[in-house]
Design a binder for this molecule. Structure first.
Ligand code: PRX
Length: 664
């Protein structure tokens, strides 16, 4: 859940920011210039989805046209039925064919300074460069026996080769499963096993705040616990010491050496798998979200075009700060941006390295026009101080975006004033790994914005707030956020778990996609997201299942039982609070040393994003008579609030007092 404080302030927010005149003056083309156009297009997308999406899809290349735009038998959608295409062609070749081969596709910047004067390592890849790199790597993958239908796991840092590897997989019809480089070895084991990958692509290490994250060592550890991994391709990036397994490991550069620069794209069915991306749910096991090619391609490119008003030929430079390991990076660093012919910036490292002005310095140096980040980052920028953005010329910026969690109005206003000079529209984009692209968002130059609201649904998205019977609720009444019609980039399932797919998304309100968020709509129809309704917490804009953290904790010798809940956190939005009961052997040895050991254990098991912010030791956890942990009560305690929850079923009342004590 988002923090109670945040929700309270959202509920009272009334400031309206009309579309900025400065934005209009600076943008020759505005795809959706006013609300009348938005309403007309939205209405059309609702009344004639097939016609609307066929028109959007016609902007891209298809090797065979569709026989039908949509086949829908809830909960199974097929988009652009019978059509074939290749997303790498739409990201690359289409631009080359239009004579734009020498234009910049990717601007990549490494984290370390390369000289004492603070010079930077920058690589600019044109569409022609990208094609050459993608084709040679695609041929390299083929030489390892990778074929259409396989799933290749990518566990890399933010280097251009990650985007290249994704596009190379797509080129030869293999799906990819990208694992965020911040995850630990166990997370790799689960994901590789579930995806049944026999090839993993990694790097020796990744730069993060001047330190090397040992990616290859994590892969080695994971592979030692796996059977079925035939090859590990390793890109040398950091030069850190790594172990080498001659029969299994191949150096990226050796793999591409001598390979042809041409690789004919496979003609893929629109509904073939493009990628798996694992995300947290309410059980301990992450879900492999399945996205297919045609619908995802059209939806991500269309949302990117309208939500950010991308226009080729207007010197735009798009920077999404997300790591490609998350869906935001998939859709708005790579797949949604490249077809729009606007350079996409990829940055390797931390926002505060070497100093807290890194992003602003990059905005100035690369003349970035579009900046897309998360509220947690904005809150960190605020804390670091206004002097950092002030030092730089940010006048190139035209559109600002946020994603990942509800943005508190204070952060929105700061972003608007200090980064956007009070004239850049802010697009607060609400979406999920499962939705593939934006589902509720303002359009710049068009939608009046209210800080904290993601405003109105994107074209084709029939979003509503309903009760459990599926009845739409009146304004300002909180309920379930649902989508009532299929949309092109909707997930096509959970890999290998049909029952979980139906149960998670389609069973709470039959016939409707249930997003898992509580939300309300105000009188003007604007959506306000109130937070998750399941056991998922949103930490720094990243989804984490409380059960995942609990399982990591109980896998430590000292822990018998653990309950994890979200708690308000100044920067992260939601922090992680863990209530832990200890094994008899460890009772009496509580305190900071054990706390630290448990935090390190969770970091080792899952990754640093899952590190608890608070651990309380307790003799027992509060449970109902039927044995369910009373999570709401724990949430209130973690937030330092008096609980409003009825505690009459609480097994042991004295527990409550004990749990409130900060130590022990
Ligand atoms: O709770 C919503 C929140 O993030 C969840 C999706 O997380 P994930 O699949 O990791 O994708 C994050 C990036 C797309 C949602 O269920 N969320 C995402 N964007 C917003 C948001 N909550 C409020 N406002 C947003 N703009």
């Amino acid at each position: 859940m988002s923090t109670p404080q945040a929700i309270e302030s959202l509920l009272t927010e009334t400031r309206v920011f009309e579309p900025s005149q400065a934005f209009r003056a600076r943008s020759k083309t505005v795809h959706c210039p006013d609300m009348a156009t938005y309403r007309a297009l939205y209405q059309r997308s609702m009344q004639d989805p097939a016609g609307f999406w066929a028109e959007m899809a016609s902007h891209y290349s298809w090797s065979k046209p569709w026989s039908k735009v949509l086949e829908w038998e809830c909960p199974d959608a097929k988009w652009f039925v019978g059509a074939t295409t290749n997303i790498s062609v739409n990201c690359i070749d289409r631009q080359i064919d239009a004579g734009l081969g020498d234009q910049v596709a990717i601007i990549w910047e490494g984290e370390p300074s390369t000289n004492d004067a603070g010079g930077h390592e920058v690589r600019r890849l044109t569409y022609a460069d990208l094609k050459r790199e993608v084709c040679t790597f695609a041929n390299g993958l083929k030489s390892l026996g990778v074929k259409r239908g396989d799933v290749v796991t990518l566990y890399m840092g933010m280097v251009p080769e990650l985007a290249i590897a994704m596009l190379a997989c797509a080129r030869i019809g293999a799906a990819h499963s990208v694992i965020f480089g911040g995850f630990a070895a166990s997370a790799i084991v689960d994901r590789v096993q579930d995806a049944n990958s026999s090839v993993i692509v990694t790097c020796d290490g990744a730069w993060r705040r001047g330190q090397v994250v040992p990616l290859k060592a994590n892969v080695d550890e994971a592979v030692s616990r796996l059977t079925g991994v035939r090859h590990v391709v390793c890109l040398h990036r950091c030069g850190n010491d790594i172990k080498w397994n001659g029969g299994r490991d191949i150096c990226w550069h050796d793999l591409v050496k001598g390979q042809s620069h041409e690789c004919a794209p496979e003609a893929m069915d629109s509904e073939d798998l493009l990628f798996l991306l694992y995300t947290s749910g309410s059980t301990g096991k992450p879900k492999g979200i399945r996205h297919t090619i045609g619908g995802y391609m059209v939806f991500t490119a269309t949302t990117a075009r309208y939500t950010f008003n991308l226009v080729p030929g207007e010197n735009q430079v798009f920077f999404c700060t997300a790591d490609i390991g998350w869906v935001t990076g998939h859709s708005y660093v790579v797949y949604g941006i490249l077809p729009n012919r606007v350079p996409t910036v990829m940055y390797e490292g931390a926002p505060n390295f070497p100093k807290e002005d890194r992003f602003w310095e990059m905005v100035e140096r690369h003349k970035i026009t579009h900046f897309y980040t998360a509220p947690t980052a904005i809150r960190a920028f605020m804390k670091w101080g206004d002097e950092h953005p002030k030092k730089h010329d940010l006048s190139s910026l035209i559109v600002l975006g946020t994603v990942g969690e509800p943005i508190n109005p204070e952060a929105w206003i700061w972003y608007h004033e200090k980064i956007g000079s009070s004239h850049c529209p802010i697009v607060d984009t609400m979406w999920q790994t499962e939705t593939g692209g934006h589902i509720i968002t303002p359009l710049p130059g068009c939608t009046p914005t209210v800080p904290g609201s993601c405003t109105l649904p994107f074209f084709g998205i029939d979003a509503a707030i309903v009760n459990e019977q599926g009845e739409e609720l009146p304004p300002n009444q909180g309920g379930l956020l649902v989508i009532r019609k299929p949309w092109p980039a909707m997930l096509r399932g959970i890999h290998g778990d049909r029952a979980r797919y139906i149960e998670t998304y389609w069973s709470k309100v039959p016939g409707m996609y249930v997003a898992g968020d509580g939300a309300r709509r105000d009188e003007r129809g604007y959506f306000w997201i109130m937070g998750r309704i399941d056991d998922v917490i949103n930490v720094s804009g990243h989804r984490l299942g409380t059960m995942e953290v609990e399982s990591a904790l109980v896998s430590h010798d000292a822990v018998v039982e653990a309950a994890v809940v979200g708690m308000p956190h100044e920067i992260k939005g939601t922090g992680i609070a863990a209530f832990v009961t200890l094994a008899p052997t460890h009772q009496g040895v509580t305190g900071d040393a054990l706390r630290k050991a448990l935090c390190e254990h969770v970091t080792k098991e899952i990754g640093a994003i899952a590190r608890p912010d608070m651990i309380r030791f307790t003799g027992a956890l509060p449970k109902t008579r039927s044995g369910k942990i009373m999570r709401r009560l724990l949430r209130d305690i973690a937030a330092g609030k008096e609980s409003s929850q009825d505690t009459t079923t609480l097994e042991d009342f004295s527990l409550l007092a004990k749990l409130r004590e900060t130590d022990e």
